[in-house]
Design a protein around this ligand. Structure first.
Ligand SMILES: NC(=O)CCC(=O)C(=O)O
Length: 294
């Protein structure tokens, strides 16, 4: 039987110390005021190899009316300031996501784009959120969808992690995380702006993605109020067995945990579930059944 060989030893190894900065949103605060406060929050993070910020923390994920005026280009001063944080603190910085445009004029396309800086402050990778949240209003009516899964190798002198980049609502689509396993992912980073009303889903889905892919999952959510929406906080860092290593409450907070990819490899060796994937079936059915699902 042709069992598709999945990663039994990810290229990831060693250890990484990861911090998630759960930012509190207040509609009365200007984006410029918020970025200064977030810089201060990050300056207090010590010994981290990777810092993660939430989804659309600069703009407000439900402050739709100001998205166009606050949209940023990848060479904007906002991103330059975040690049400086990564460089000065010598830390990888997943800066969360931004309403990104390529031109600041009023009719150019926009995306919900995550930006990953390496520890020299170089923009290493960007990811355009694939699954836009809102059904018939909000995000799907304002920004374009991404269509490319993105992974990055986060590497320091203590560890290496093949990392999948996803954003918030992406968490509900397990196929995206399983697809990135082909690239050897051992860590998934999920910046988010997830409301309090659905935070039980947030916690379970993050643990599910960790368990089913035997990977670490770092979920960094917003706190506070954004117009009529109360953010759920409860940022969490989950290990490959679904154990929560660190978790925030509903207030502004920084959580931190040490990710051990040698231990992850042992988890995958001792319980090799990923070897039992039947991708051969799906490809046979696709070919022979003309994509007909019985
Ligand atoms: N910003 C988001 O993608 C929100 C997703 C969400 O609230 C949900 O999936 O529930």
């Amino acid at each position: 039987m042709n069992r598709m060989k999945v990663w039994d030893s990810s290229p990831s190894s060693g250890q990484l110390e990861v911090a998630a900065v759960q930012v509190k949103f207040d509609s009365a605060e200007s984006p410029e005021g918020r970025i200064s406060r977030v810089e201060d929050l990050m300056s207090d993070v010590v010994d981290a190899d990777l810092i993660v910020l939430p989804e659309l923390w600069f703009h407000g994920a439900f402050s739709f009316d100001s998205w166009r005026q606050n949209a940023v280009t990848l060479d904007s001063s906002v991103l330059s300031r975040l690049s400086k944080v990564a460089r000065d603190q010598e830390v990888w910085l997943h800066a969360g996501s931004f309403v990104q445009t390529v031109h600041t004029n009023s009719d150019s396309d926009m995306w919900n784009t995550s930006v990953l800086f390496d520890a020299s402050g170089t923009q290493h990778t960007t990811y355009k959120k694939i699954h836009r949240f809102g059904f018939t209003e909000g995000e799907p009516t304002l920004v374009e969808a991404g269509d490319e899964p993105v992974t990055a190798v986060v590497q320091t002198d203590t560890g290496t992690a093949v990392t999948g980049l996803t954003t918030c609502y992406d968490l509900r689509f397990p196929e995206l995380y399983r697809y990135m396993l082909k690239a050897g992912t051992a860590l998934h980073v999920v910046p988010a702006a997830w409301p309090l009303s659905r935070v039980p889903h947030w916690e379970v889905l993050g643990r599910a993605r960790a368990i089913e892919n035997q990977a670490y999952v770092v979920q960094c959510n917003m706190a506070g109020m954004d117009h009529q929406t109360e953010y759920g906080g409860h940022s969490q860092i989950v290990d490959p067995n679904g154990e929560i290593l660190a978790q925030a409450g509903v207030e502004e907070a920084v959580i931190q945990a040490r990710l051990d990819f040698d231990r992850l490899a042992e988890v995958r060796r001792s319980f090799p579930v990923l070897q039992d994937q039947r991708a051969d079936i799906w490809s046979i059915r696709d070919q022979s059944m003309g994509n007909v699902i019985k």
